[in-house]
Design a protein around this ligand. Structure first.
Ligand SMILES: *[C@@H]1O[C@H](CO)[C@@H](O)[C@H](O)[C@H]1NC(C)=O
Length: 277
């Protein structure tokens, strides 16, 4: 058992009630006075297949961005960026290809969705999190999702900076970025140009494609499904009562969440993980 803690100056009464905290809290983080704007936290996380990975959580309080990155057991690199300034979440998966089946070395998938800032703890709290015991393998306190997302709109990456300045960096290697019609409605309502979004498939005469899992030809267009699981991230601040009048921030609650993205792909060749589904 370990204790997650924010250091002095964060909550005036943090050193009180230590034994009570120990029983309440699961993780130990010690707060140092942070001078740096951009901080990294590396935690060991158990993935859904039982494998353990090192996850990097980066908080940039000046740009108001949190980035979570880890490698799955199959070699896929997952990056999730939360842009609190623009309320945009960017998911990238770098999936290793199978060159012997005519694929490239890896394939970059990019999904862009609305961010509700309450999904994560605030950036400045994230920047202050420290762990005392870096050997502890973390499992989330709470499991959320799965969230099903129909990503049937292509985002023009040349214009995507209007949506979030970080899309170019995160999704530069992707051939295509996808979002949902509900988010497009939200964003165009905010004044973004509709011309940067294109509903897929773009030709209205094309019939709705089959799921890639049942499509036959390698070059057939199909509806691909990709499942991504974020196994550990700080989703809520915990407050404790000390002798003072008001509660203070004394730790975090962690969540896991899975997402299933479905999107139109021009060739089943680009969705081979969907075969055995
Ligand atoms: C994306 O936007 C750029 C700049 O407006 C434009 O030149 C390009 O044709 C667009 N690409 C697609 C695929 O629509």
């Amino acid at each position: 058992m370990s204790l997650l803690e924010f250091p002095r100056g964060f909550g005036m009464y943090a050193q009180q009630n230590l034994s009570a905290l120990l029983t309440i809290l699961f993780l130990i983080f010690t707060l140092f006075v942070t001078v740096g704007i951009c901080t990294d936290l590396k935690v060991l996380v158990r993935l859904s297949d039982g494998q353990i990975t090192e996850e990097t959580l980066e908080a940039d309080s000046e740009r108001d961005v949190i980035t979570v990155e880890f490698k799955q057991g199959d070699g896929t690199l997952i990056t999730v960026l939360a842009d609190f300034k623009r309320h945009v979440k960017i998911f990238r998966a770098l999936v290793l290809g199978e060159p012997e089946r005519g694929q490239t070395q890896y394939q970059a998938l990019c999904f862009i969705t609305h961010l509700d800032p309450r999904e994560f703890i605030p950036t400045e709290s994230m920047a202050r999190l420290r762990q005392k015991n870096s050997h502890v393998v973390r499992s989330a306190d709470e499991s959320r999702g799965p969230e099903q997302l129909s990503m049937d709109v292509a985002v023009n990456l040349t214009q995507a900076w209007q949506l979030s300045a970080h899309i170019r960096n995160v999704c530069g290697e992707a051939q295509q970025a996808y979002t949902s019609q509900a988010d497009v409605t939200r964003w165009t309502g905010r004044g973004l140009q509709r011309s940067m979004f294109e509903v897929q498939p773009s030709d209205p005469d094309v019939p709705t494609p089959l799921a890639c899992s049942v499509a036959t030809g390698l070059w057939e267009p199909c509806l691909c499904s990709y499942r991504l699981s974020l196994e550990w991230y700080p989703c809520l601040l915990k407050y404790c009562r000390g002798r003072g009048p008001s509660p203070y921030k004394c730790g975090i609650r962690s969540c896991s969440k899975s997402f299933r993205f479905s999107f139109h792909t021009p060739h089943r060749q680009l969705c081979l993980w969907d075969e055995e589904a």
